[in-house]
Design a protein around this ligand. Sequence first.
Ligand code: NCD
Ligand code: ZN
Length: 335
Amino acid sequence: MEIRLYSPLDMHLHLRDGEMLKTVAPLSAKSFSGVLIMPNLVPPVTSKEDVISYKKRILSAIGDEKFTPYMTLFFKSDYSYEFLNDIKDEILAIKLYPAGITTNSQDGVTNFSIDSLAPTLEAMSELNIPLCVHGETNGFVMDREAEFIPIYESIAKRFPKLKIIMEHITTKEAVQALDRYENLYATITLHHLYITLDDVAGDLLKPHLFCKPIAKRPEDRMALRQVAFNAHPKVMFGSDSAPHPKDKKEAPGCAAGVFTAPIALQALAELFYEAGVIENLEKFVSFNAKNIYNIDPPLKEVILEDSGFDVPLKYSNVVPMFAGERLSWRIKDVI
Ligand code: NCD
Ligand code: ZN
């Protein structure tokens, strides 16, 4: 059997820089038509020059694939209207990180009072620049996302024209918030559709499944699956594929991030097929994001076939999700 996907999009991707960029960027460019690039480099992407030069490095790493890297800027509370007006054509969104909450977020936001965020948010709202948010407080690790929902709500209420994307949602509380505010949207990862905390820490610890936000409870996964499988128009695929070298994952201080980019479409096909909703996969990985972000990515047709795919143990020095396992679907061709 075959499945065809037109212009798949990954609306939350970490490509890093240097050698890692050269390893991972071609893997996404091969099967995706466009991706939203996260700005958490060291130092983060905070200027027009940073955005333009990072995009150039990405394009040179992917060669001549039909592929659009949509760029983001690292959120600061004091960006001026003039600055954002000047940069808006170079970016698709701005990504807000709470300070210190995840990999390379130390320059993020410390004060979440709405008045402190307002100067940048006001300008973004006027200029129609969407806001992507890593929504976690610094509370108890399992509660961080649910505790952040009131912050989403206060931003959504105060700036009703601002599109707010709750990134990599992991809880039923976030799913419920989606329908309470017209301007709230969400990305969902592959790994949060597959795993719960049990898969990470219920048996021997699995460092390659450790990420932020941490995978949650079965009922949370069920809520995520429900909106993803129905291709709810306000949710879209964002892999949050976050490569770290093997020795940084298999270490006492394990880096947070799951590397899924090269196996994402195959594993999504398996999940949607098994759930009997394969006809909704294209909305989840393409149409919804096109509508939400109003983008027109390059035309690409990915043909998947259910003839089996043995996931490599490593891509260079990075271990993917499902390493060494067999998935049912493989990418047969990309046109
Ligand atoms: C991401 C990374 O490694 O950059 N890590 C992760 O666990 N998801 C950052 C992020 O999106 O939180
Ligand atoms: Zn991320």
